[in-house]
Design a protein around this ligand. Structure first.
Ligand code: ADP
Ligand code: MG
Length: 632
């Protein structure tokens, strides 16, 4: 046991012990060995690099895909008194220059950056000058197009090997399929890496699929039986609100959460749930990052998720405390059709991505060859209505542009809000005397916007914030206070996306560079939805076994508590059972019939029969090595 490592863990994090593989991984990093760590979500991957970085001189460089993830980790390090920097979007050259200087001379312990930032020459030059103790590629599955979050910019992360050839690289992910693991090792050129895989098994969770035509009724039943907390995942913001209303109307203590809420609202809603003031959180997948409540007893998916990776991650928020918990997909016949419609009919093809990119440039009046490194607020609904674009398709097209580093997309808060004072000037003066915190803001508004007592007036929270020398968030919070206190009518606009252009506009050329990726990713998405539907429809293989097989865990046993096990329905030698086993095994890479036979408990004849059927159905094919593979 490494005493020093444990001291650091206790001192900064206050955790008494390491979990599962953490210590082995830390040892390897300290010995200068490359590592691939495949640990489930919530498994504690951050500790694996943060502890060894704290034990050594120099700085640890972490590549992470999302601004939100970076901000989250940097701020929690800072809260522990550890010096950390995040190179997120919208920084001027000057800013970057200063921040990088701090990394060289300022005793900083962590530098977080996106793969796009890593490509900048100034960044690479400075990293060469830094005393780096460890490189980390977090969410490393983004490297693989077989992962569920492929980001081509991740392929260029291999540059870190050249910047400091002698410094170890640690790649971490919660996506453990064999294909993805191979891609990570190859792409980062990991040398003789320690590959450490913790089981993804969650023995205390009963995974269930509940097919019921009256989903609302069933949901109420589940919620009424609750002793602790629950999360109900739905797909749209609107559904969170509707379902929350429905549950409340039936006496269930609930709240809703989605990406469109203000920061303040998100915080207070989350706090209520964490304090058990409300039991059931109805949420979109925006309810995820940093949510670490131990006593979640139930996670219901009220709508079908788009892939097993996301499903397992969300379902895994149940039972963190090790006590019995349930993860239920609640579904009816219409859902399966809807999921196909929702995911498959809204996959934008290359032509549509080109169209959206073109319109986006026009919308912001960006000329050919220009626009690189500029940032805009996008009123998404307005954008779609101006160009008569389908909202889902368009949103997915923007996501593709983001994924391929043409733009960086992030959720932001409203900038163009409108307000009107609904009290007399005398009352307002009185109010201002008693509420000093909002006084400056109100004064400035009165000075800036005439007629605001008579008319609803558009205000610019961004410029108000600048003049007040406050963050924009603070201004918005002031407005919310004024609205709650009945001083103003306040309408926040829906410009909830922030777009940073990362490349100069080159119309179709920009898109042609990754046209193939779009096509392949669309095929992969179809396959992933099929796998999800297959999970829902296969009731002859233990649910837990199905899920673990998907992640490449082969030595699994029946869980004894899922709906299949409870109904004593498991029959691995049934044609259906075998089919799912074969497909799941193949999902992690090609296998010969002999490999398959070794891993399946069935007669050779039966296996051949099933393989033949799968070939005929076009589900699998034989590759040049005479192995069976999934057809994409
Ligand atoms: P991952 O990146 O694998 O999803 P995180 O690194 O974000 O997981 O950690 C998830 C949670 O587990 C955090 O709240 C973290 O503090 C906690 N955690 C990590 N390691 C330990 C440990 N050894 N003991 C107790 N809690 C831990
Ligand atoms: Mg993590």
């Amino acid at each position: 046991m490494n005493i020093e490592a444990q001291k650091i863990l206790r001192k900064y994090w206050g955790h008494p012990h390491f979990r599962d593989s953490q210590e082995t991984i830390i040892e390897a990093a300290l010995n200068g060995q490359d590592v691939l760590g495949l640990l489930p979500t919530g498994g504690g991957k951050s500790i694996c690099f943060q502890v060894p970085a704290m034990m050594q001189e120099g700085i640890c460089i972490v590549i992470s895909p999302l601004i939100a993830l970076i901000q989250n980790q940097v701020s929690s390090l800072k809260n522990m008194g550890i010096k950390a920097i995040g190179l997120t979007g919208g920084l001027s050259f000057e800013d970057i220059n200063n921040l990088l200087d701090n990394c060289i001379y300022g005793n900083y312990k962590f530098l977080y950056l996106s793969p796009e930032r890593l490509q900048q020459e100034i960044v690479q030059d400075r990293i060469r000058q830094m005393n780096v103790n460890l490189f980390v590629v977090d969410e490393a599955h983004c490297i693989s197009q077989w992962g569920h979050d492929f980001r081509p910019a991740y392929l260029k992360c291999e540059i870190i090997r050249e910047l400091h050839p002698e410094i170890p690289i640690m790649a971490l992910t919660a996506t453990a399929t064999t294909k993805v693991a191979k891609d990570i090792i190859n792409s980062l050129r990991l040398q003789d890496p320690l590959v450490k895989r913790d089981s993804f098994s969650r023995k205390n969770i009963a995974f269930k699929v509940d097919k019921n035509e009256d989903k609302n009724y069933r949901l109420i039943q589940y919620c009424k039986a609750l002793k602790k907390s629950a999360i109900v995942y739905v797909r749209t913001r609107r559904t969170t609100e509707e379902l929350n209303r429905y549950l409340s109307a039936h006496g269930i203590s609930s709240a809703f959460y989605h990406g469109g809420l203000t920061e303040k609202n998100k915080k207070s809603t989350l706090a209520k749930w964490l304090n058990n003031e409300v039991r059931v959180m109805v949420a979109t997948n925006a309810f995820g990052m940093g949510i670490d409540k131990a006593d979640v007893e139930l996670v219901v998916h009220y709508q079908i998720p788009d892939c097993i990776e996301n499903y397992y991650q969300e379902a895994g928020r149940a039972g963190r405390n090790g006590e019995a918990a349930q993860a239920i997909v609640l579904t009816n016949k219409a859902d399966q059709e809807q999921v196909k419609r929702q995911f498959l009919s809204v996959l934008p093809d290359v032509a549509f991505v080109k169209l959206v990119y073109n319109k986006l440039n026009n919308f912001f009046q960006i000329a050919y060859g220009e626009g690189s490194d500029t940032k805009y607020q996008l009123n998404f609904n307005e954008f779609c209505s101006v160009y008569k674009l389908n909202a889902m398709l368009t949103y997915n097209a923007l996501k593709i542009l983001d994924q391929n580093s043409v733009i960086a997309l992030s959720e932001s808060f409203a900038r163009k809000s409108s307000i009107q004072f609904i009290i007399s000037k005398d009352v307002l003066l009185d109010y201002m005397n008693n509420n000093r915190s909002v006084r400056d803001c109100v004064k400035l508004i009165l000075r800036t916007y005439g007629g605001i007592f008579e008319f609803e007036t558009k205000i610019n929270t961004f410029s108000l914030a600048k003049k007040l020398n406050l963050p924009e968030k603070a201004v918005i919070e002031n407005l919310e206070v004024l609205a709650t206190d009945g001083i103003i009518d306040y309408k926040a606009s829906h410009s909830d996306l922030e777009v940073t252009f990362l490349m100069a506009r080159e119309d179709d050329h920009t898109i042609n560079r990754f046209a193939n990726i779009i096509k392949e990713q669309n095929l992969l998405k179809k396959y992933q939805v099929q796998q999800m539907l297959s999970y829902i429809n296969t009731d002859t293989v233990c649910r837990s076994r199905q899920l673990l097989l998907y992640f490449g865990e082969k030595q699994t046993t029946a869980c004894g508590k899922c709906d299949v096990c409870l109904a004593k329905n498991e029959d691995l030698s049934s044609t259906d059972g075998l089919k799912i086993m074969v497909k799941t095994l193949l999902a992690t890479g090609g296998l010969s019939s002999r490999d398959l036979q070794q891993q399946l408990d069935c007669s050779p004849n039966m296996l051949m029969h099933v393989l033949k059927e799968l070939l005929e159905e076009g589900e699998i094919m034989l590759n040049s090595k005479n192995e069976y593979e999934i057809t994409l």
